[in-house]
Design a protein. Structure first.
Lengths: 453, 121
């Protein structure tokens, strides 16, 4: 019988279901638990926390996640791989040893700590050495926002995770690893795939892409026949059962809700996709047009046929920078003429902002319930029971944005009639941390692995 | 015969910066060629005319019975800069499914397409 390695997803983003990791280790047999905590904006939030306290800067939820799965790790040999280290993987490891030491883990927890993705303190050196870190979308050089930069991290691949597993780690904590590497690395380690086994590596990446958003491949957020998807309250998070040739089955534990079918997996495959022939990662470029899907049984989809090719010589860098302030205010207008009332309020508000001499980089009004997401495609919405005016401003001047937040409430008494929905009070002013995608040469990023126990 | 995409396809969308991606998938594999023929870069650009600021790109995935569209300049700056409700383009998927395509009657009959508003089995 061919050997199968099971990798289960227990977290699709920081803020996902806290109980999912425990359910994944207790619901059935798995070899690895994969937890993805990082989104683009998460890194900058963590960087701010680290600036306030040098012992912070990682996803704190991860500590309680490890506590909840500790018996499985220590007694059953389940290994955990997570990018929970954020901008401070060593501090994350320290927090883990402290928390698990209290629970009698002794020296049995071997934490592999992956560092080297953090480029914040090397930015000037990189720019001087000829890495302009141009914005991939706009072409502007990073120097235009250099003073506002909060964090900068290279997306790193599977190699340091494989090295940590080889060194005997049973928990691997990384910073800005790619989401897909968290799944591919354990498969590469277990099956001994070489760094040129392009098809197998690409298969591992596709497995990672399918499960990295947690239940979004097992019935969550699925449009296909959505009403018939059973028991989403108890939705089963996905796992892959992979073989050494790279092919794998996507499934979920018995007795859980949701569904794993060709349509649920297909929807996740096209999610956040660019050019399907060229899904670029640090390890390999996967060709999504070679993926074959087959319903092998109830809640079992076999994935095979995947082809890969050598990666580029660049790594993607995610830079976060301060980009001004914004605020969004809302009011709800009721029938009759709900939309016309909301439109009138919008005109009045714009005139008042002009008169107050407030200038913004950007103002956007939307009519929720009529056209905010589908625009004119939604058709005539003159007779709807209510419409929410959603009015947002953005700019560098925090004072102007604050002044705007005081202009909403007066409309309740001095604007169009049948208005409600203002109980939340004044809108909040938010600082914008924006995202700057760039590339650097692979050779400038040197990752390091340390085992802490 | 006029056919709404929502009756022959399902979809999911997401974001990358200021670009929304919309993947649409044929409900029946035999309907995929219709998507390829009638849901073109040009027809999708017309569908979203005035709603997006940049060009449209299309990629084919016949293996999944799917097309992937990139709608550039669709997210009011994207990410945290965007002031839109749908800053991450999550419901551009169903906005595309509102599109109607015109299929020759004989072809529609041969493919057993659902009439407008009727769901496939």
């Amino acid at each position: 019988m061919t050997r199968v390695v099971r990798v289960a997803a227990g977290q699709g983003f920081w803020g996902d279901d806290l109980d999912a990791p425990r359910r994944q280790v207790e619901g059935g047999q798995i070899d690895y638990l994969m937890l993805d905590y990082l989104a683009e904006v998460t890194m900058s939030i963590l960087q701010k926390q680290k600036e306030r306290d040098p012992a912070m800067g990682y996803a704190r939820d991860f500590v309680s996640a490890i506590e909840s799965v500790l018996p499985a790790v220590l007694e059953r040999g389940v290994k955990v791989i997570a990018n929970a280290g954020g901008v401070n993987p060593p501090a994350c490891a320290t927090a883990l040893t402290t928390a698990t030491g209290k629970r009698g883990a002794g020296g049995r927890l071997r934490i592999g700590v992956v560092t080297g993705d953090d480029l914040l303190y090397r930015l000037d050196e990189l720019i001087e050495s000829g890495e302009p870190l141009d914005n991939m979308d706009t072409g502007e050089p990073l120097s235009t926002v250099r003073e506002q930069v909060l964090s900068a991290n290279a997306y790193i691949g599977s190699e340091p995770i494989v090295a940590a597993l080889r060194a005997g780690a049973n928990v691997v904590v990384t910073g800005r690893s790619t989401d897909t590497a968290l799944t591919m690395a354990p498969l590469r380690h277990e099956f001994g795939w070489a760094s040129e086994s392009w098809d197998q590596l690409a298969s591992g990446i596709v497995a990672g892409h399918i499960i990295e958003c947690g239940a979004q491949c097992s019935g969550g957020n699925c449009l296909y026949d959505w009403k018939s998807i059973p028991d989403l309250a108890n939705v089963g998070y996905p796992l892959v059962e992979a073989s050494s040739d790279g092919s794998f089955v996507v499934t979920k534990h018995p007795g859980t809700g949701g569904r794993v079918s060709v349509p649920t997996v297909s929807e996740q495959l096209v999610y956040e996709m660019g050019d399907p022939r060229s899904y670029i990662t640090p390890d390999v470029i996967a060709d999504f047009t070679t993926i074959r899907l087959e319903q092998e049984g109830e809640n079992r989809v076999r994935v095979s046929g995947i082809r890969g090719k050598p990666p580029t010589q660049k790594l993607k860098v995610s830079v976060a920078y301060r980009a001004g302030f914004k605020a969004v205010g809302t009011l709800v207008y009721g029938w009759p003429d709900a939309l016309e009332k909301a439109e009138a309020a919008d005109r009045i508000l714009r005139e008042r902002l002009d008169r107050a001499g407030l200038a913004f980089e950007h103002v956007l009004s939307e009519f929720v319930g009529a056209s905010s997401t589908h625009g004119r495609l939604a058709g005539d919405q003159r007779d709807v029971p209510e419409v929410q005016l959603r009015f947002g401003v953005r700019g560098q001047d925090k004072g102007a944005v604050e002044r705007f937040t005081r202009e909403i409430a007066p409309l309740v008494l001095n604007g169009p009639p049948s208005v409600t929905g203002f109980a939340g009070g004044r809108p909040k002013v938010e600082e914008i941390v924006a995202y700057w995608p760039a590339l650097v040469d692979k050779t400038v990023v040197r990752t390091k692995v340390e085992i802490v126990s | 015969m006029k056919v709404r995409l929502v009756d022959i396809a399902h979809a999911r969308s997401g974001d990358k910066g200021d670009t929304a991606n919309v993947g649409i998938i044929a409900l029946e594999p035999r309907w995929y060629p219709l998507l390829e023929m009638f849901v073109t870069r040009e027809s999708v650009a017309r569908h979203f005319d005035g709603m997006i600021e940049g060009p449209v790109e299309r990629f084919e995935l016949p293996n999944l019975g799917a097309l992937n569209f990139l709608l550039h300049g669709a997210l009011d700056g994207g990410g945290t800069l965007s002031l839109k409700t749908d800053a991450q383009g999550k419901v551009y998927s169903t906005a595309l499914l509102r599109m109607t395509i015109d299929i020759p009657d004989a072809e529609a009959k041969r493919l057993r397409l659902p009439a407008h508003g009727e769901k496939s089995a």
